[in-house]
Design a protein around this ligand. Structure first.
Ligand SMILES: C[S@@+](CC[C@H](N)C(=O)[O-])C[C@H]1O[C@@H](n2cnc3c(N)ncnc32)[C@H](O)[C@@H]1O
Length: 273
């Protein structure tokens, strides 16, 4: 196997473990979801148009809560993830919630071989592009699944926010990681995640890539899409840095005495003819 395959295999092992742990976690609150809850981020609910009757491809769908939430808004939905555990849990959740959805287990980079279909919208969100080594190819694959006039939407953690040290004892913004990253990934060996609480995965190596804003935007343009908007937000949906404080609405921000930086972004782009 080459480096690319090794990185993908290692990341898949991690996500297989995390899928099981996340499914039981307080953070994801599956019980609340089964009572009819909506898991889409408030930014997504505000920025997306009426989805009823729209055919949507959800990339990196994890175990399907956002996928099924999109279906609850009236979309005809297909979720894709490369973790077999996540896809199994997503199919189970779809049955338990009585919400129709199609789930496909595939690496995004293999998706053109595993899915022959065309969509009104391609959607992805919340911790996705840092797992992808080749953003040019990712954007071309997205454009390939969109019908002309269809759109791509992403709400994602901001790459600028990823350059800061997130070690347990850090009290302010301290640069640790690169913003302009070449093709070599960062290697991590964490034992938990943003949602795993006290449950540990054990030490599993994982590989991540920080993609700059200009790379994200140019990849989308080069793949034949026209940017409708790009927004940045000084708040995020999880405690990304140990000194962040939580707002009344449940968002995480930097403390009052620290300068604001962008913590999330959203982008919508329409496929040109
Ligand atoms: C942080 S999770 C996304 C979480 C999602 N926003 C949610 O909260 O449910 C990232 C997902 O990307 C998937 N993933 C990572 N690399 C992938 C790849 N190359 N192809 C397909 N899925 C991938 C993982 O299995 C994981 O489910």
């Amino acid at each position: 196997m080459g480096d690319f395959d090794n990185y993908m295999e290692a990341n898949k092992d991690l996500w297989d473990k995390l899928a099981r742990i996340h499914h039981k976690s307080e953070f994801y609150d599956v019980a609340g979801f089964l009572k009819g809850g909506q898991t889409l981020d408030p930014i997504e609910l505000e920025e997306l148009p009426d989805l009823s009757g729209k055919k949507i491809l959800h990339l990196q769908c994890h175990f399907g809560m956002d996928t099924l939430s999109l279906a609850r808004l009236g979309a005809e939905i297909t979720g894709v993830d490369f973790s077999p555990e996540a896809i199994e849990l997503a199919r189970e959740l779809s049955k338990r919630a009585r919400v129709d959805a199609r789930f496909i287990c595939s690496n995004i980079y293999d998706l053109p071989d595993n899915l022959d279909d065309i969509f009104d919208i391609v959607f992805t969100s919340g911790g996705v592009i840092m797992w992808l080594p080749d953003l040019e190819r990712w954007a071309r694959i997205i454009a390939g699944f969109l019908k002309s006039g269809g759109f791509f939407y992403i709400r994602e953690f901001h790459p600028f926010a990823y350059i800061f040290d997130n070690g347990e004892r850090v009290t302010h913004l301290q640069v640790k990681y690169p913003y302009f990253q070449d093709r070599e990934p960062l290697r991590f060996e964490d034992e938990g995640s943003y949602a795993s609480g006290d449950e540990k995965t054990g030490k599993i190596p994982s590989f991540e890539w920080n993609h700059s804003v200009s790379r994200i935007i140019n990849c989308v343009i080069d793949a034949g899409m026209k940017i409708d908007f790009f927004h940045e937000f000084p708040e995020t949906s999880y405690k990304a840095l140990p000194f962040m404080v939580q707002t009344e609405s449940g968002r995480w921000i930097l403390p009052e005495n620290q300068d604001k930086i962008p913590l999330m972004f959203s982008l919508k782009a329409t496929k040109c003819d």
